[in-house]
Design a protein around this ligand. Structure first.
Ligand code: 3PY
Length: 256
């Protein structure tokens, strides 16, 4: 199926918006995918979603035209493989620390010669329309899949200018990033050090002409202009329904 998130990125006319699925069930996926989201994150890191539930959620989302993106629990190659074999249009990788980890993730997401991904699942192949030949599939999968890593550790922040060159999207986890640099989000408020850390991620994305994204905790938050992210970030409707916006990286003049 076409990768809607990638298309929104390619057009570049507006931020992409998505929801966060933390509860299992294909009907939960359908409700989220139907609500106009460009993408739905199937959260296998913190959500109550195991491997079988992921395999139910991903095709349900894709069938409704949104992009299923799996947040894998860790950066292990076998987790990348299982998420992509389920038909995900991309992966979101949490708690990245080093450039080497990112290289490994990207390599595990691509078939040879670009990477080291193993082939075996007919499911992912059938997700492409029209169904490609085997050779076409390998090429389309390598070109089409989105690699997204979270910048939410001190180490990743310090290497973000290098990391961003390797992936499609750098995605800020403000809660973990705040905790890991010693400036946690308190009552929804970010202090100046966290704000500057976020701005650094955006600067890196702008310089590399890549996409950046961030998680927001409320609809209100997404509507408010953020000193670093301008207006469009991510929002949460209620505890289990999050809307996320991946902005065109843009910086206010006083930060550039
Ligand atoms: C964070 O804010 O740390 C996240 O990863 C959002 O889930």
């Amino acid at each position: 199926k076409s990768n809607r998130l990638k298309q929104v990125f390619q057009k570049g006319e507006r931020p992409a918006m998505g929801f966060w699925q933390m509860l299992p069930g294909a009907n939960v996926s359908r409700i989220l995918a139907r609500s106009g989201a460009d993408w739905v994150i199937v959260d296998c890191e913190h959500g109550n979603i195991d491997d079988a539930a992921m395999h139910d959620a991903v095709p349900a989302i894709a069938a409704l035209g949104a992009s299923p993106i799996v947040r894998i629990p860790d950066h292990q190659p076998w987790m990348v493989k299982r998420a992509l074999d389920s038909g995900a249009h991309g992966i979101l990788v949490p708690l990245i620390r080093t450039v080497e980890e990112v290289r490994k993730v990207v390599s595990s997401a691509k078939f040879p010669p670009q990477g080291t991904r193993g082939f075996g699942s007919p499911i992912a192949l059938q997700n492409f329309e029209p169904e490609p030949t085997f050779t076409e599939y390998l090429q389309q999968a390598n070109e089409g899949l989105l690699t997204m890593v979270q910048i939410e550790t001190k180490e990743a922040l310090e290497s973000v200018e290098e990391i961003v060159l390797l992936v499609d999207v750098v995605f800020i986890g403000p809660f973990d990033l705040g905790n890991n640099i010693g400036h946690p989000v308190i009552n929804g408020k970010m202090d100046v050090e966290l704000d500057e850390a976020i701005a650094r991620v955006l600067r890196a994305a702008v310089a590399a002409d890549k996409k950046a994204g961030i998680f927001c905790s409320s609809g209100e938050q997404a509507k408010q202009p953020h000193p670093s992210l301008l207006k469009r970030v991510i929002l949460q409707d209620c505890s289990n329904r999050l809307v996320m916006r991946i902005p065109q990286p843009q910086l206010p003049a006083d930060i550039v």
